[in-house]
Design a protein around this ligand. Structure first.
Ligand code: M6R
Length: 607
């Protein structure tokens, strides 16, 4: 959600900070700001809106400054405004800091600080930290930040600079990522690797309650007691190009087109001499055999991947599965036993609701397995085992390729469970694996001709509302289709199991109301056709996603988007692609910024 950058070295800081913020902008963008050290103190500029606004305001700012911090903010405490944007300052304006996360005890701290005479200039939880540091400061910024951090309850990634200590930045964290790198021109800190790899591909992910002190010469690391510690370096082998659009008009389209690669990379190395392997599962065959219930916890798109997995696990492994919205999970005293396999699915690996659900599941004695896209993320760290989805960095706020990576990973997990339970033979597993691998090529075919998708989108673009319907696997994928459409085009969309339409939603249908029906070949195909007919009779405009070679569907739909024939179990993989493109085409036709939908952030690190 929010993004932190910091730099101290030999080059002009403002340019480096702005570039870093632009790389982080996808995380949240209602306001942004920088604080740079200048001869007589700190110079601070903050703006609401996108980083471009800040960049314009910073033109000509402090060209000689070589040390500063910056932030993009997605409001949690206090409305999006200049006064609430970061950096936030101490009373004297000589200490400035940027913060990701939430200080849960900020109200109490604010009261205590106010009683000691501190004057507050914003409504943020962050500002109390600046005053705490000011309160504790006695010529040693590191000591003051440590002292302040010890009083905080909540989550934080913090970068602090101070006018009295030229060229110095101090950082710390608790449950919020901080990454550091030192390069030829100085030391860099950010909340995301993407903003530090211009310095070096050997980066350090700061641990909880660790501290780092940066200057132009290097970075020193300390534990919670202030004792020096040796950092663990991690080598980043992906290229900075992943963060660029690669010739596509937007990141969303680029990421949609990366999906064949995601399928291939996620499957790479999984079938070894005919045996399906997920070593990272961290569970023996005996432990897998004992699993008598699977509980999938996730939010948003990741939740929809869980709905797909429920169909697969129940039909292949015959294990009952519940799919739980993570934000509800911990408040309803869920039933988790030592033989429940809890699967936490999260692209970012830092969604607060999912993390809270993981800790609840652990308290209740469940074994937690994570499926995430971000190496070393909190979900990966908090789980007993983890599969990385190999989607690579996903920049567009609307998840596309990470969803596909999740579905493919969950499909593998379903197969492993089915094998362990003796419900799937080795020969069946191999056949399914081959077919699963073939979906990469099938997606390429879908992507090679999108005419029908664009025509359908043109027909629906002026609607105010739309339904997505399907049955079985088609119903699971309908939820994701509807979410994609609403989040990027702001067109109201709802998904229903097709058979539910007649129990209420059908009342909303009128002439031209778009109903997008997933009608691929499956055991319930005939039933879906009946539901389509019910809607069409009431004037609905039908867009059907159907299997190539299906002549029947043409009679029942106004627009048909054909996808290659796959077994029903893999239809979520192929059908999700045209639904992503359909949502994007409508959003573009409506003039929306598909990469930066309003009110949304890429990772939701607050409850
Ligand atoms: O990073 P996570 O997968 O945990 O994120 C969960 C949701 O916030 C996320 O899927 C959200 O719904 C996306 N905007 C969907 O495109």
């Amino acid at each position: 959600m929010c993004g932190i950058v910091g730099y101290t070295g030999t080059e002009p800081a403002v340019d480096i900070l702005i570039e870093g913020l632009q790389r982080l902008e996808y995380r949240g963008y209602d306001s942004a700001g920088v604080a740079v050290q200048v001869e007589d103190g700190l110079s601070i500029v903050r703006r609401t809106g996108k980083v471009g606004e800040l960049a314009r305001a910073c033109e000509g700012l402090a060209p000689a400054s070589t040390c500063g911090i910056g932030h993009t903010r997605w409001a949690t405490h206090g409305t999006p405004s200049e006064r609430n944007a970061h950096p936030q300052c101490s009373c004297l304006g000589d200490i400035a800091l940027v913060h990701n996360g939430i200080i849960e005890n900020f109200a109490e701290l604010r009261e205590q600080l106010a009683a000691r005479g501190h004057q507050f200039a914003s409504d943020t939880d962050t500002e109390v930290v600046a005053h705490l540091v000011e309160d504790a400061y006695e010529d040693d910024l590191l000591a003051a930040v440590r002292h302040a951090a010890h009083q905080l309850v909540g989550s934080y990634g913090l970068a602090v600079t101070c006018a009295q200590e030229p060229g110095r930045i101090v950082v710390t964290r608790q449950d919020s990522p901080i990454v550091l790198a030192h390069g030829k021109d100085g030391s860099y800190v950010a909340s995301d690797i993407i903003a530090v790899i211009r310095a070096s591909r050997d980066v350090v992910v700061l641990g909880d309650r660790q501290f780092a002190s940066l200057d132009a010469q290097g970075i020193r690391y300390f534990d919670d007691n202030g004792e020096p510690i040796e950092p663990e370096f991690m080598h980043v082998d992906w290229d900075i190009d992943v963060a660029e659009k690669g010739g596509y008009p937007d990141f969303m389209l680029k990421e949609i087109h990366e999906q064949p690669r995601v399928v291939r990379d996620t499957l790479a190395g999984r079938m070894v001499r005919g045996v399906l392997k997920i070593d990272e599962l961290g569970m023996s065959l005996e432990e897998l055999q004992l699993v008598d219930r699977v509980c999938i916890i996730a939010c948003g798109t990741s939740y929809h991947a869980g709905l797909v997995a429920k169909q697969l696990i129940e039909s292949w492994a015959r294990i009952p599965v519940t799919v739980e919205v993570a934000s509800e999970f911990r408040y309803r005293n869920p039933i988790i036993t030592p033989t429940t396999l809890v699967v936490a699915v999260s692209q970012s690996g830092e969604t607060a609701d999912t993390l809270a659900a993981i800790s609840e599941a652990r308290i209740k004695g469940g074994k937690v397995f994570g499926i995430t896209n971000v190496i070393g993320s909190p979900v990966a760290r908090e789980s007993d085992g983890v599969i990385y989805t190999k989607a690579n960095k996903e920049i567009a706020v609307a998840s596309t390729k990470s969803f596909l990576g999740q579905v493919v990973s969950l499909t593998l997990l379903s197969m492993v469970l089915a094998q362990a339970k003796g419900k799937m033979t080795v020969a069946q597993t191999r056949l399914l694996f081959r077919e699963l691998a073939d979906t990469a090529e099938q997606i390429e075919r879908i992507l090679s001709d999108t005419t029908a998708i664009e025509e359908a989108a043109q027909a629906c673009k002026d609607a105010t509302s739309a339904f997505f319907i399907g049955r079985g696997m088609g119903s699971a994928i309908s939820y994701e289709g509807a979410l994609k459409l609403k989040e990027i085009s702001y067109l109201h969309a709802e998904a229903y199991p097709a058979g539910e339409m007649k129990h209420g939603p059908i009342a909303l249908l009128s002439e031209g109301f778009p109903v997008i029906a997933v009608a691929t070949q499956s055991p319930v195909y005939g039933k879906v056709i009946s539901n389509i007919r019910e809607s069409r009779t009431r004037g609905a405009l039908i867009v059907a996603v159907a299997t190539e070679g299906d002549e029947e569907i043409i009679k029942h739909a106004d627009h048909v988007i054909f996808v290659p024939k796959v077994r029903d179990a893999f239809s979520a993989i192929t059908v999700s692609v045209p639904l992503q493109l359909f949502a994007r085409a409508i959003a573009i036709a409506r003039g929306c910024d598909v990469d930066h939908p309003r009110n949304l952030a890429k990772s939701v690190t607050v409850e």
